[in-house]
Design a protein around this ligand. Structure first.
Ligand code: FES
Length: 164
């Protein structure tokens, strides 16, 4: 059985030094908040929560303002994410064709809940409202690839080298 990740990853002193160096490049430029957040995410794969007060102080903002911007943009993350993001559709068409069971099976195979990442950093599991290919329901997306007409056997095939 897999162990859930800690909510906040502890980052090393060297990482904090890197964050400080990146933030310094953007100092006193309030307009630079989004490019700065994108730069940190691109370097670390996510925005370490420990960087929020540093960013706020350097740009002359409140930490709540920085957090507010991160929360607003769904493509910004404060948790590490897996190399592949698995999105299970929970839209109506997928739901009525067994999407709930597919989600349950994916969770079981990966050993994680929605919003979590496997300890080997391979997969992050999310759900989405609709991915726009309802005719293929039930659907899941792994990385950039859509897998339609999902059933228990296909889920097993897809994640056969993973988890339970
Ligand atoms: S409801 Fe799942 S793709 Fe539209």
């Amino acid at each position: 059985m897999r162990v859930k990740m800690d909510k906040v990853k502890i980052i090393a002193e060297a990482d904090l030094a890197r964050i400080n160096a990146i933030v310094t490049e953007y100092s006193q430029q309030k307009w630079a908040l989004i490019p700065l957040l994108q730069k940190i995410q691109s370097d670390f794969g996510y925005i370490p929560p420990q960087s929020i007060p540093i960013i706020a102080r350097t740009l002359g903002l409140f930490p709540s303002q920085v957090q507010g911007v991160i929360s607003f943009y769904t493509q910004l993350y404060t948790q590490p994410r897996g190399r592949k993001v698995v999105r299970v559709c929970r839209g109506t068409a997928c739901h009525v064709r067994g999407g709930k069971t597919i989600l349950k099976l994916v969770k079981r195979h990966l050993g994680i809940e929605e919003g979590e990442t496997t300890p080997d950093m391979e997969y992050t599991l999310e759900t989405v409202a609709c991915i726009g290919v309802c005719a293929l329901a039930p659907n899941i997306v792994v990385g950039d690839r859509v897998y339609g007409h999902m059933n228990p056997k296909k889920v097993e095939q897809l994640f056969k080298n993973t988890g339970g």
